[in-house]
Design a protein around this ligand. Structure first.
Ligand code: AMP
Ligand code: ZN
Length: 470
């Protein structure tokens, strides 16, 4: 099989180079990606790491085929101060809020063509989890025992000074780190750089009993505990958005390496670039904040809602490490391409994933070049391989798939109006009479009129049925 010889190369943020990917254990390829904090709908920036690492997951599954060979863990942060505040604001329980938000997230990213990860652990299940090889409380205890953390006033802090190569991932000087982290000076800290592993909770906040009193974990310790519990002390790939390099990933590395005395936490650190909207940072105050849900449903953009496939394609037209400038124009272009592909793919069945595309993706996920190659396949009229390759990349456009082009959606909306339906049926009736009278000129004219309305007729022995054109 040609793909067996494919050499996967990935850019590693830690070593600042593109390296050949060699898994620690080819029978268990392990990837961890930082997932969402579930307090509100995910925005289109949050969709980027989900889509990017979905493509990598698909490629890894192709390169390492076989049930359970690639283990993809994407966590859910369901304990966080933003969650507490939002639940209080809405007057719902924290569990209700995180459950609802998580379900929305799941259905949004499924619509975007992303496969579910192998495991989606919830942080709250790993604060204390006697069934797991490690949990947050035990990890913190280890860090205290080997001198890398200290307890003070109900808090536990990681002592940055105890790690000689702290800061290796972000390559920042200590001064820059102090500024970047907006470090909090607190009386219980030995050094302003020290970060929180555990903090006290009042009774109205979520809390767990611990050796340091009732409290809750800091954010960074979650990922160290969940990755170690599910993937081991050292694993292959760790991913997330570029904003997580510092302090989140730097601190994950500090915790995991100091707890387990390992040289690395993960062998490849991958980070997607940021998404901006029409040249500006996306933010609620700028009014350019777009959730996945808004983009793919009709509510915000009126008639102009976009297919989730267009969002996925527009996203993949930029290399994952580059920043994306998100524009309506890029969505329009993606939608036009998809319509063309959907027409080409139609109801073709078999086909194979194009080797050229696999080779391009194996070079640090060069999705823009892969899309160029797909366009070439389409132009060459190679519908079967185009369909298979699109499917491999998470685009199911064939007949019977859920893909709906804006053209088809507009027609469907029009047909929801009963009078149009009646008009079509009346036209079909007149056409049938014309055919009976052998007036084929008239029956063809009516068929063309219906076609112009987006209606395709199917004549059979049983009579005439109709459907909306694709
Ligand atoms: P959060 O819920 O804020 O922790 O973010 C979840 C994931 O989305 C993280 O991997 C972030 O790095 C990523 N992310 C957040 N905003 C953006 C953005 N505008 N562009 C790309 N990735 C983002
Ligand atoms: Zn994380």
């Amino acid at each position: 099989m040609a793909t067996k010889n494919l050499e996967l190369k990935l850019y590693d943020t830690l070593t600042r180079e593109k390296r050949v990917f060699n898994p620690i254990d080819p029978a268990r390829v392990r990837m961890y990606v930082c997932g969402p904090t579930v307090y509100d709908f995910a925005h289109i920036g949050n969709a980027r790491p989900v889509i990017v690492f979905d493509v990598l997951y698909r490629l890894l599954r192709h390169l390492y085929p076989g049930e359970g060979r690639v283990i993809y863990v994407r966590n859910i942060t369901d304990v966080d101060d933003k969650i507490n505040a939002r639940a209080a604001e809405r007057g719902v329980s924290i569990r209700e809020l995180t459950e609802e938000t998580y379900n929305n997230f799941k259905s949004d990213v499924a619509a975007l063509g992303c496969l579910p990860p192998t495991v989606e652990p919830r942080a709250t299940d790993y604060v204390s989890n006697p069934g797991a090889p490690v949990d947050m409380i035990r990890l913190i205890e280890r860090l205290i025992a080997n001198g890398h953390a200290y307890a003070a006033e109900g808090h536990v802090l990681f002592s940055v000074a105890t790690m000689s190569d702290y800061g290796k991932l972000s390559k920042r000087s200590l001064d820059e780190m102090v500024a970047g982290a907006r470090v909090e000076v607190a009386p219980y800290k030995r050094d302003p750089m020290d970060f929180v592993l555990w903090k006290p909770s009042s009774l109205d906040l979520p809390g767990w009993d611990s050796p340091w009193g009732r409290g809750r974990p800091g954010w960074h310790i979650e990922c160290s505990a969940m990755s170690a519990a599910l993937l081991g002390e050292t694993f292959d790939i760790h991913g997330g958005g570029i904003d997580l390099v510092f302090p989140h990933h730097e601190n994950e590395i500090a915790q995991s390496r100091c707890a387990f005395h390992t040289g690395v936490m993960a062998n490849y650190w991958m980070h997607n670039g940021f998404l901006q909207v029409e040249g500006e940072k996306m933010s609620k105050s700028l009014g350019n904040f777009v959730t996945i849900r808004e983009l793919i449903s009709t509510s915000k953009f009126g008639d102009k809602s976009w297919s989730p496939e267009a969002l996925r394609l527009a996203m993949l037209r930029t290399h994952y490490r580059q920043p994306i400038d998100w524009t309506v124009r890029s969505l329009e272009e993606a939608e036009q391409t998809l319509e063309r592909w959907a027409d080409l793919v139609g109801d073709v069945k078999s086909g194979k994933v194009a080797v050229e595309v696999l080779g391009i993706l194996a070079d640090d996920l060069n999705t823009p070049l892969a899309i160029t190659e797909l366009l070439r396949l389409g132009k060459a009229g190679d519908a079967a391989d185009l369909a298979a390759t699109l499917k491999f990349l998470g685009f199911d456009l064939g007949k019977g798939s859920s893909y709906k082009s804006p053209r088809r959606k507009a027609i469907e909306r029009a047909f929801q109006k009963v009078d149009l339906k009646e008009k079509v049926e009346a036209l079909i009736e007149s056409r049938n009479s014309a055919r009976k009278a052998k007036n084929f000129k008239e029956s063809d004219r009516i068929r063309d009129e219906l076609a112009a309305m987006g209606v395709v007729l199917k004549d059979s022995k049983e009579g005439t049925t109709w459907e909306i054109a694709r």
